[in-house]
Design a protein around this ligand. Sequence first.
Ligand SMILES: [Zn+2]
Length: 88
Amino acid sequence: MLKRQNQSNALGVSSPSAPFATIINTQTEIPISCDECDCETHYPIGYLRTLPRLTCGFCRDSREFSQLEMHVLETALKQMGFFLAGAK
Ligand SMILES: [Zn+2]
């Protein structure tokens, strides 16, 4: 599942509450934890938005990335002050 502290690390910030809005682009990579081995594989946000089937880079377990997870991810990013370029 998604882990917020890891998302913030991937974006190069240490605080979960950014002082101002930061625009990120669709190439920004987000770590997604594997359900099986808990290792993280990084995917660009633009790729995740296509709701792809994700394959773990460590144990090769694969699963669907759901619309709900995409929504949770975008909501978490907004709460941290990040706005996705081109977001509706
Ligand atoms: Zn795995």
